[in-house]
Ligand binder design. Sequence first.
Ligand SMILES: Cc1cc2nc3c(=O)[nH]c(=O)nc-3n(C[C@H](O)[C@H](O)[C@H](O)COP(=O)(O)OP(=O)(O)OC[C@H]3O[C@@H](n4cnc5c(N)ncnc54)[C@H](O)[C@@H]3O)c2cc1C
Length: 462
Amino acid sequence: MSDEAPLLDTLRSICGDAAVLTGGDMAAYATDWRDMFHGKPLCVVRPAETAEVAQCVAACAETGTAIVPQGGNTGLAGGATPDDSGTQVIVALDRMTAIRRIDPVGMTIEVEAGAILQTVKDAAGDENRLLPISLAAEGSARIGGLIATNAGGVDVLRYGMTRGLVLGLEVVLPDGQILSRLRHLRKDNAGYDLKQLFIGTEGTLGIVTAAVLRLVPQPRHRATALIAVPDIASAIALYARAQDEVGEALSAFELISGAGLDLVAEHMGQTAPVTADWVLLIEAGSSLPSLREAAEKLLETAFEEGWATDGVLAESEAQADALWQLRESLTEAEGKAGGAIKHDISVPITGIAAFLQEAGNMLRAVAPEAKFNVFGHLGDGNLHYNVMNVTREDAAKVNAAVHDVVAAHHGSISAEHGLGQYRVAEWARLASQPEHDLTRRIKDALDPDGLINPGKVVPKRG
Ligand SMILES: Cc1cc2nc3c(=O)[nH]c(=O)nc-3n(C[C@H](O)[C@H](O)[C@H](O)COP(=O)(O)OP(=O)(O)OC[C@H]3O[C@@H](n4cnc5c(N)ncnc54)[C@H](O)[C@@H]3O)c2cc1C
């Protein structure tokens, strides 16, 4: 036995010496993607299979050691970053990357939790199938993390959140037991749907080790347009018409502010073909060849009705990709410009214009120097309402101002990124007593010793 904590020796005996990282080797795992949360783990353990995860969790449970599950570490709520006590163990799933099975007829894929989203999408694409989760972090985010955060992204409008794509799950419970329901079934009403406990709960109730996901047909044609709109009301009118004209083929309806496009031009060297205070990135996809005609008709209507002032319909895949590049560069451009206090809010889509007006008024009073980078999934009523040019010291009052307007609109303070450690205090401030009580009872029932991702999602005991 070494002179380090005996637990480290146990973890080494389970996973092998090379799979237990300490000291400087832990650096990439100890800080989040935005470099906003900085933890000090006891160690990082990288199991190679589910049985090893289970043994590691059991060993930690025995010694009363807290665990932080981690996937691609791209989460935007600090959920995968440990505290700075030097006592928590990061269980990283990044060695469990196998794609176990694809069924192109049943339209399912079974993968380990550490598989990277892009790799899984490529494997599905090889079978002419699509895993419809699309987000700018897809080259790094891992399936377990996507499930644990119930990730959204730009395809939610058509295909729903990650939750709706999860058919089966394998999970290591806080006591080290393995719950395995890796069923390739679309229908399974036999008892409680236990997998739901682990989707969107950010690794606070167990560790996802593998999943069966639903695939959809790969659309053969896509139409992508960047449209300048005179105001938000016109954007909403165009959205309603798009639902009528291209219906279920509509997969993305994204809003970008002119200020955001300016950031992308200045810091990423990418220039948009249209500019305005508000711009829409719209995409539809279909197996049917008539899609382009329908898209052209929709744009004609938009100009006739005065909902659009300028716009381009991509003529090639490369042009469509370049339009998407503008959207996907917003976060990085914002970071290069000094960062922002981020909000990931949703309100009913018909309330978006009023929300923007009221939140803007509120912030002018609270932080008069504030600048904004607002973009997001307008079709889902979900905006990334990012406030720039304010100090970190002002974060609490800026957050409270924005979230109070969200609450007044019966919206959500976390549409897709989760609570992690970043938003847990604001959730605690705004949630009702029954929500507090039930959340605490579920946590205590599954993790009575509070060892799985403590301090995330569920507020600490008062
Ligand atoms: C540039 C960029 C763009 C993004 N765009 C979007 C977007 O459009 N929509 C969106 O929803 N998100 C977006 N995100 C956020 C992020 O990509 C997602 O939250 C993603 O699902 C996180 O996956 P991950 O593997 O990186 O998880 P991590 O960051 O490693 O972990 C996230 C949370 O899940 C838990 N967790 C991780 N793996 C497991 C597991 N196997 N079992 C149990 N718990 C686990 C962690 O403890 C943590 O609480 C974006 C992030 C970036 C950097």
